[in-house]
Design a protein around this ligand. Structure first.
Ligand code: TEU
Ligand code: CA
Length: 586
């Protein structure tokens, strides 16, 4: 497929978690042929790019994010021919395909690691070329308490999925290998030129197959602090993210791989990101990545035990933060816009209502509020249906390595009781996003004819695609209109962001202003985040400047709202209402 320069700026991405999307052969696991069968659904929604989560050969401890062969497909997902067909069928429909590239680490069962862990010498006693592919450090010499000594972890870094970030290989040496995530996911050593070469060749191989880009998994971690110092509280992120060679490696990846193909899209997953970093790594000249996934907005409800908390996001803090990103990146870098993905709970854990009269209305409001900002919006599968968290009642129902490890740790050390922890998993756990897509009201929500690998949300008879498609006022239909609006109105892509009524704790209002100085065209997006009526206040200057302009309602979620004129200093929105107004001169 021919790719236009910066095509992603006008794109809306649909994220597919293949394991839970659609099962074509009844083994309970979603697969690539299943994705192909549902491409028309994605097309109907209006998305023109798919980001598909890992489908490579994997040991599956972390659902595909632990790769054993980058150039093979996990048999339960299908074959390489299926993936080639997916590329072809997506392109046939004008849909770009962006694949998930997990190159910070591999599986502990990847042949490179199996060879690496043999030791500094290979089986023939020669220097082992694979040793350097991973990060090995001598253990720290510590007293054994009996006058002798023993070896301990090189430092106190904690893995993101719990426990020490260092584990020992069974090679009889005192060496430890580093794993930022789980011991099943050893970190690759990007300091090794031979390793980088292998990665670059492999990524080029995928581009040669015709994929349109990559979502770069956990990429901010590929360069670590070379001194491996102890961390104050065990937190690994300050030392493992954005190390001294990160920018160099990222630019090399661009030079050696991305820039050799035409208009490849990359979205780089980067926790610990700030607008200053986005300016470097998602800059306009295309010398690094196309855009990044930042996490600051999702960290607003983090707590002492990381994500395991009931804390709520303060709307004022959210508005300031989003506005800060919008303003700082304007003309310099490109934003991604998302609330949900396979690592996050369903949106209603944060905003709106999962049940009751405002369920759908709130889902639409949240979508409009983020889709009309500047950047590339991401729709995570099921979001367009208003899918909700799963009511986990037993730890046996949980599949996610992160949640299971957290359960072990926090129930053992007394941070939480079992009941509390289960409640937190139901609220914040990653499996909430990973339950099967609810296609219709038949058994297993039409996802599979077999036994699904993870429970289907019991609300599928009410919330499902078939029902949503049959109704004009559904969440799906609203997403369709929202996506179409982005395609029709240049302003959504190019407009400058101006925040309005920023101190208001209940409503979120902003303007998108045409960048051409001689244009008066503007969009006004107003959203009520509460379950009661709430006001948006217009500053005097705003009223003065815009009162004489013509207005039209472009989209909203309140059927009784049929007119809008800018006459009063404030407007009262109904519960969870969103209202999108265009200002123009006739
Ligand atoms: O996530 C990396 C990441 O930055 C984590 O901190 C993420 O926020 C985590 O899921 C916290 O709940 C990526 C993938 O998206 C994730 O699914 C993988 O498990 C992880 O990398 C390891 O590959
Ligand atoms: Ca299957």
């Amino acid at each position: 497929m021919k790719r236009a320069p910066y095509w992603w700026k006008k794109s809306v991405v649909y994220q597919i978690y293949p394991r839970s999307f659609y099962d074509s052969n009844g083994d309970g696991i979603g697969d690539i042929p299943g994705v192909i069968e549902k491409l028309d659904y994605v097309k109907e929604l209006g998305c023109d790019t798919i980001w598909i989560c890992p489908f490579y050969a994997s040991s599956n401890y972390d659902n595909g994010y632990d790769i054993t062969d980058y150039q093979k497909i996990l048999p339960e997902f299908g074959t390489m021919e299926d993936v080639e067909r997916l590329i072809f069928e997506a392109h046939k429909r004008g849909i770009h395909l962006v694949i998930d590239m997990v190159v910070n680490h591999t599986s502990c069962e990847h042949p490179w690691f199996l060879k690496s862990k043999i030791g500094e010498l290979d089986l023939e006693g020669k220097p082992n070329p694979y040793r350097d592919f991973y990060i090995w450090k001598k253990g720290k010499k510590v007293s054994d308490g009996h006058g002798g000594f023993t070896f301990a972890e090189p430092n106190n870094w904690e893995a993101i999925f719990g426990g020490s970030a260092w584990s020992q290989a069974e090679d009889g040496s005192e060496d430890y290998f580093l794993h930022i995530f789980s011991p099943k996911q050893p970190d690759l050593n990007w300091e090794s030129p031979a390793l980088r070469r292998k990665i670059f060749e492999m990524m080029s191989w995928w581009l040669d197959k015709g994929v349109d880009g990559f979502r770069m998994d956990a990429i901010c971690y590929i360069s670590k602090d070379p001194n491996f110092p102890d961390s104050m509280d065990g937190n690994i992120r300050p030392y493992a993210a954005f190390g001294p060679h990160f920018e160099e490696f990222a630019r090399e990846l661009n030079r050696e791989v991305l820039s050799r193909y035409e208009n490849v899209m990359t979205v780089a997953e980067m926790s610990e990101s700030t607008p200053e970093r986005a300016e470097v790594f998602a800059n306009e000249d295309g010398s690094v990545f196309s855009m990044i996934f930042q996490f600051q907005h999702l960290d607003l409800d983090g707590g002492d035990s990381f994500k395991w908390t009931h804390r709520k996001i303060d709307l004022r803090a959210l508005k300031k933060l989003m506005g800060f990103w919008q303003k700082n990146l304007f003309g310099r870098a490109w934003n991604s816009l998302y609330w949900s993905n396979h690592d996050q709970p369903r949106i209603f854990a944060r905003f709106g209502e999962a049940e009751g009269p405002f369920h759908e209305k709130s889902a639409k409001m949240i979508a409009a509020c983020s889709h009309l900002m500047q950047g590339t919006p991401y729709v995570f599968q099921g979001e367009e249906l208003g899918m909700t968290n799963y009511p986990f009642r037993d730890i046996e129902e949980v599949r996610d390595i992160e949640s299971l490890n957290a359960w072990e740790k926090f129930t053992a050390d007394g941070t939480f009781t079992e009941d509390e922890m289960l409640e937190l998993i139901s609220l914040r756990g990653r499996d909430n996003a990973r339950t099967p897509i609810q296609w219709d009201d038949s058994q297993n929500a039409g996802f599979t004819t077999g036994t699904p690998w993870i429970g289907v949300n019991p609300n599928y008879r009410k919330i499902n695609a078939k029902e949503q498609l049959s109704r004009e006022d559904s969440v799906f239909r609203f997403y369709q209109k929202l996506i179409a609006l982005r395609k029709e109105l240049e302003l959504v892509t190019t407009g400058r962001y101006v925040s309005l009524d920023e101190e208001n704790p209940e409503t979120f209002a902003y303007l998108r202003v045409a960048p051409e100085p001689d244009s008066v065209e503007k969009l006004l997006v107003m959203s009520n985040f509460t379950d009661h009526e709430a006001k948006v206040n217009f500053p005097e200057s705003f009223l003065r400047e815009n009162r004489s302009l013509d207005t039209e309602i472009l989209l909203g979620n309140e059927p009784s709202r049929t007119e809008f004129t800018l006459s009063e200093p404030s407007l009262t929105l109904t519960p969870y209402e969103t209202l999108i107004i265009r200002f123009f001169q006739r």
